[in-house]
Design a protein. Structure first.
Lengths: 276, 178
């Protein structure tokens, strides 16, 4: 080959080098485009009603998706296990029977330190009768609502092979239903078991903290219906929000499975150490 | 390879351009639009997620038409309860400002079942500071009414102490001197 001849025309060689470098860098630029276009501000009034804004600062001005932070706090000491949240959640999304985006668990702790956990129908029917199958004196009993933890280091996002599950710039873990192939890898990866395959669409579904409501300035459906204020949601960019004040305050907040290193944005108040 | 040195160069450069062009074309076909705007995912999916129809309003949405219920509900102990929990979601009732269906109203024993979903003492996990609970039928017995009574025969469902407070005002009786 003459091209590899040790006595080449140096002009040609440098020209070829430039062509190759240009091609490579050009392709790289196409693969990793820079800059971010802001999403169009959302119009409100999808249903012909306009309830007052519940999360201040979302409506009106343009939503800056790159400068948002939200937190969810579940106060176990306030939860009465009515299951309103589960009912609202099922109705908001028409969640198929047998699947739950959110659910309420009942923890019963005996004096032997054994822990009994149950959640008949995810708490959808409420808790009408006490557990009768515990053969010891009960020391403590409480309800624990469960939902997506919106991890800052989300295992589900890491494992998704098609980029269908992602962390949005405002911190929500969402599922792109057009990309999801239903491989269920994320279901195995999620330490909190909040994901399921929708039996009709065959794609994965999960709690989104009602992203569609939040973007319209409304609280998530479960927070909206909670009669005791056990579920709290708000923006951490708003210093007057309840969650900001709780997170800033001295109260003890815990997260589930801290040792997993997932850094959830869902905090629990009053959670006993048995809660997993 | 009967091509001259110059021709081979031309073929090489042309080949590079064809490969680059093919790459650009394939990328355009295979990579979805808006992919990579914020990260390795389709940014338009965020926009699509916001388009999910809202099915629950707020209590304020219900109050805007149901004035009487609003007045009672707002002043009672049940003011924190969502209308839609007992009656069903707003979207089943109103669509673009027009009534499209009637939401159910609980009657008879359904009401008792619904009340006991929260107010049942048997379920120990209900802190006294948060909710007042009763045991059935002990509560009915202690109030000297038939055990077949439903809760709403004494308690207004939207403001549970409405009648009771009113009765006390009229009779001048308190719990102690009954």
């Amino acid at each position: 080959m003459k091209i590899c001849d040790p006595s080449p025309d140096m002009k040609k060689r440098s020209f070829l080098e430039k062509v190759i470098k240009g091609t490579i860098s050009g392709s790289l630029y196409l693969v990793f485009p820079m800059g971010a276009n802001a999403l169009d501000p959302l119009g409100f009034d999808p249903l012909g009603f306009d309830p007052p804004e519940q999360i201040p600062g979302i409506r009106g001005s343009e939503y800056n998706i790159l400068d948002q932070e939200f937190a969810f706090i579940v106060d176990i000491t306030q939860c009465i296990g009515c299951g309103s949240c589960c009912v609202a959640d099922k109705r908001e999304y028409n969640v198929p029977d047998g699947n739950y985006r959110t659910w309420v668990e009942r923890y019963v702790k005996g004096f032997s330190d054994r822990v009994y956990v149950d959640a008949p129908n995810g708490g959808l029917d409420g808790y009408q009768t006490p557990r009768s199958d515990i053969g010891e004196e009960i020391r403590d009993t409480f309800f624990v609502p469960k939902l997506c933890n919106m991890c800052k280091e989300a295992p589900c996002v890491q494992v998704c092979p098609v980029g269908a599950t992602f962390t949005s710039p405002d911190g929500f873990i969402l599922v792109d239903e057009k990309r999801c192939v239903g491989c269920a890898y994320c279901i195995q990866a999620c330490p909190y078991s909040v994901r399921f395959i929708n039996p009709f669409t065959k794609i994965v579904e999960k709690c989104t903290w009602c992203y569609h409501r939040v973007r319209k300035g409304l609280l998530p459906a479960c927070v909206e219906v909670c009669p005791t204020g056990a579920r709290k949601f708000g923006s951490l960019k708003d210093e007057s929000s309840e969650v900001y004040k709780i997170l800033k305050g001295p109260g003890v907040l815990t997260v589930l499975k801290k040792e997993m290193g997932t850094w959830p944005a869902l905090y629990y108040k009053g959670a006993r150490r048995e809660v997993v | 390879m009967g091509l001259s040195y110059k021709m081979r160069l031309v073929v090489l450069v042309a080949g590079l351009f064809i490969m680059a062009g093919g790459g650009i074309l394939l990328k355009g076909l295979l990579v979805p639009e808006s992919f990579g705007m914020y990260g390795p995912y389709r940014a338009d999916a965020i926009q699509e997620e916001t388009m999910i129809p809202i099915r629950h309003g707020t209590n304020a949405s219900c109050y805007s038409c149901h004035g009487y219920e609003a007045k009672v509900h707002r002043t009672g102990r049940h003011k924190t309860i969502s209308c839609e929990f007992c009656h069903g979601p707003y979207a089943d009732h109103i669509d673009r400002g027009k009534k499209i269906g009637t939401l159910p109203v609980k009657t008879g024993n359904e009401i008792t079942t619904l009340c006991l979903r929260c107010h049942n003492t048997e379920i120990k996990a209900r802190p006294e500071a948060v909710i007042k609970t009763v045991a059935m039928p002990d509560h009915l017995k202690s109030q000297h009414v038939k055990t077949s009574h439903t809760c709403n025969q004494c308690h207004h469902v939207h403001a549970p102490l409405k009648y009771i407070i009113r009765a006390k005002e009229i009779t001048g009786l308190t719990e102690k001197n009954i």
